[in-house]
Design a protein around this ligand. Sequence first.
Ligand code: NAD
Ligand code: AHE
Ligand code: ZN
Length: 379
Amino acid sequence: TAGKPIQCKAMVARAPKQPLTVETITVNPPQAGEVRVKVMANALCHTDIYTLDGHDPEGLFPCILGHEAGCIVESVGEGVTSVKVGDKVIPCYTPQCAEAQCVFCMSPKTNLCPKIRGTQGAGFMPDGTSRFVDKDGKPIYHFMGCSTMSEYTVLAEISCAKVADEAPLEKVCLFGCGVATGLGAVWNTCKVEPDSSVAVFGLGAVGLSVIQGAKMAGASRIFAVDINPKKFDSAIALGATDCVNSKDYDKPIQKVIAGELTPWGVDYSFDCTGNVQVMRAALECAHRGWGTSCVIGVAASGHEISTRPFQLVTGRVWKGTAFGGWKSRKDVPHLVDRYLAGTLPIDFYITHQFSGVDKTNDAITALHSGDCLRAVVHY
Ligand code: NAD
Ligand code: AHE
Ligand code: ZN
């Protein structure tokens, strides 16, 4: 198949808020610096739904969503040297060009390589064109540099994390986004220390992986906050010490955490909801003098955060994370190795499984059910 167009099934997001349509599309061969992969498994992340629901200011239609996947290299374009046919790869929406002149890749302070961010946000491959063609010959936009809701997709080489041959792709796909992000927010972005107190807002896979990471970092008190009490059992299982349902209180939840449940607030807090009011609460429950609050959730178009500057004057720090700060191609393979060694279990995040890319709408329905953490679709 190398060098030739491939016809395959894909789920196309034709318009906001509409179910995805199952279509036979053409996936053109990888160009220079690109890799065509067979997608083996794709997990849904809340961000896919956010874009499908029309909340993403960068959202483009028609597009192929999906960015949390495990794949096998089918063919490579000119000049590709870091992966070969048959390799297992995890697509990474935050690439790593690793070039000496990339000040981002060269800095230990960030993972935000901007090399292909412009074209990626515009729904194209780095040369400004799409590899996807629909049955009428019209192009379909790419999404987050991944577009894994298709049996085949094309990635930039710098977006491919090559992982161990023995890695079960239907599990380690979770390291392509949500679980890696939560762990990295704790370990890389905030560097939570032993004995810290932590508050986590929103107990989806991202928030629960923050809890898992905080427990592994030795946090001694972990507040798990949600408005859906069905989430609390998993939070406790992962190491939460206190479960807080914001709906049980008639005052702002930040005043409950800082003032009632603790005297001055928590050392670290994390927003894993994307709700800007929750982001404010997370900041304001951080400890006077030093508490750090990390925004992980992605807010809808037009939504902005606010707080009294006094909150920062009195020592709170507001920060955020993209993909948990992981330098994707270097770090994702290590997360996979830790999973294989049994020291970083993630199977319990997979609450729902489906077979066939055309079952993706069912997976979306499951994700909306309220007791789904990750729904994995096996292709
Ligand atoms: P999810 O929908 O599975 O989980 C969100 C949780 O928040 C749910 O349990 C929900 O009940 C809870 N929630 C909703 N409103 C709340 C409120 N007012 N107070 C407390 N809890 C509330 O989503 P997910 O897949 O875990 O993703 C979480 C967020 O992280 C999303 O916004 C997603 O887009 C974002 N995200 C960001 C990154 C990044 O790199 N920054 C990576 C992955 C996901
Ligand atoms: N397109 C949105 C921003 C979306 C966003 O913030 N995405 C996160 C990853 S979410 C993964 O589930 C991120 O890492 N962003 C960094 C980047 O470069 O996109 C908007 O507001 O325009
Ligand atoms: Zn995601």
